[in-house]
Design a protein around this ligand. Structure first.
Ligand code: GAL
Length: 466
């Protein structure tokens, strides 16, 4: 039986981003070193590596693309060295590759890197972006002139751009980036398509950094900062999952996979949890120097299918940190519903050693005990042996052709068949490898490597009526 996406949460303010946006953004890997060559090359590589057809549609330029405002028209002017042909030309290039173009500005006097901001110029800028062919706006929070400090002030400031974008009549995804300040969850979902909930991510698993000063359970953090570790953001996001909605996603920040600061197991955890929390999936690495191992992570179709699941519900934390034999084990269990009645389950090991943990249907279905007591479940591993692997990707990565390479069988082209259709057809690339079955009220011990994840799709086998 196929359960349709429920409507109450289905509230995208402009009808866009019904599943989390996917794409690439230059900031994590390049900061201000951005220019038209980088965007064009990246757009071509997104096509060549099959990333576009896996769903990564948006090529987003972050901070530092502009230089000043035109004296007469007051419109933003592109930096003439970085973008000599201007922004419309780069938008055209990206559209020609059948992709979408995203741009950046700040709801402040300046952007975070000190370029002109859009505060007071919202309508002019929204119309300029629409004329250039922009499809996505990331809208930051620096130099906001003190217009923050309570939800109403922040809401008012961000809502001006929200309305301005709507008034252009061009479909432009609005990616709100105020780092979760002023209870963004209480107002951002009705005026944006996604909202950042933390200070900036950095490419490390769990390193504490004074520049990300608040504890992750401090939801009233007055200084969200930056250099926040992946684990810090994951913990903070665990408190906010109920606030994520289709069309107004919880944004955990851009992906670091490929940037070299984490191990493969750590990157798998990062990618899987961002996917399961329905965060936008924005590749944040240099595709020209990408390793096949990292491409295999970005392309894992079974994980992307979870992110793009039409129900649009985030996975939720069930428990974290258990005492086993007198020792605290830093493992957490997460569980969430998927559109077709399957369940997504994650077991995250934050310890530096392998852990054996018992997971039970009672915990997995703590919100729906009948499913635990009366049903049989098959457990499918979404990082199992038949998944797309690095060696099968070498051929397309080394090929000279930008298009037309032969992709391995384990690659999934979501433009040919959507993820949800593939799931309904039980495509193994999407539902993963079956590893064991749970009987009613079953429990089972699983081994999770150091800093690794067990990421499973549970599928019901049959129902016992009791
Ligand atoms: C930060 C933002 C980052 C990046 C940067 C650019 O505020 O959170 O993602 O956009 O500004 O200066």
């Amino acid at each position: 039986m196929v359960v349709q996406a429920s409507t109450p949460g289905n509230m995208s303010y402009n009808g866009l981003a019904q599943t989390p946006p996917m794409g690439w953004n230059n900031w994590n890997a390049f900061g201000c070193y951005v220019n038209n060559r980088l965007l064009e090359t990246t757009s071509n590589l997104l096509v060549k590596y099959g990333l576009r057809d896996a769903g990564y549609q948006y090529v987003v330029v972050d901070d530092c693309w502009s230089s000043h405002r035109d004296d007469d028209s007051q419109t933003l002017v592109a930096d003439s060295v970085r973008f000599p042909q201007g922004m419309k030309s780069i938008a055209d290039y990206i559209h020609h590759n059948s992709m979408k173009f995203g741009i950046y500005s700040s709801a402040g006097l300046y952007t975070c890197a000190g370029y002109p901001g859009s505060l007071g110029y919202e309508s002019i800028d929204a119309h300029t972006f629409a004329e250039w062919g922009v499809d996505f706006l990331k809208y930051d929070n620096c130099y906001n002139n003190g217009q923050s400090g309570n939800p109403s002030i922040s809401h008012r400031r961000y809502n001006i751009m929200s309305q301005a974008l709507r008034s252009t009549n061009r479909p432009i995804v609005y990616s709100l980036c105020n780092w979760g300040e002023d209870n963004a969850w209480s107002w951002a979902p009705t005026i944006s398509n996604s909202w950042r909930m933390s200070g900036d991510i950095s490419d490390n698993y769990d390193r504490a950094d004074a520049r990300c000063p608040c504890a992750p359970d401090n939801l009233r953090c007055p200084l969200t900062g930056f250099h926040c570790s992946m684990a810090h953001i994951l913990t903070k996001a665990s408190y906010l999952t109920a606030k994520a909605q289709p069309g107004a996603w919880l944004d955990l920040d851009m992906l670091e996979v490929g940037n070299g600061g984490m191990t493969q197991n750590e990157y798998k955890t990062h990618f899987s949890m961002w996917a399961a929390m329905k965060s936008p999936l924005m590749i944040g690495t240099d595709l020209e120097n990408l390793h096949a191992d990292d491409l295999a992570i970005y392309l894992n179709p079974a994980v992307i299918a979870v992110n793009q699941d039409p129900l649009g519900e985030s996975i939720n934390l069930v428990w974290r940190n258990r005492v086993i034999d007198g020792q605290t084990v830093h493992v957490s269990l997460w569980s969430g519903r998927l559109f077709n009645g399957d369940q997504i389950v994650a077991v995250v090991n934050q310890d530096r050693v392998e852990r054996h943990v018992t997971i039970s249907l009672a915990d997995i279905f703590s919100d729906e005990p009948r499913k635990a007591r009366t049903m049989n479940w098959a457990v499918h591993d979404l990082w199992g042996p038949s998944r797309l692997n690095a060696s099968s990707l070498h051929e397309i990565m080394s090929s000279d052709s930008l298009n037309g390479s032969r992709f391995p069988e384990s690659y999934y082209n979501a433009t040919a068949k959507s993820y949800s259709e593939g799931v309904i057809e039980k495509d193994r690339r999407l539902i993963g490898d079956k590893i064991f079955e749970f009987g009613p009220a079953g429990q089972r011990s699983v081994s999770i490597p150091a800093h690794g994840i067990g990421f499973y799709r549970l599928r019901s086998i049959e129902t016992f009526l009791v």
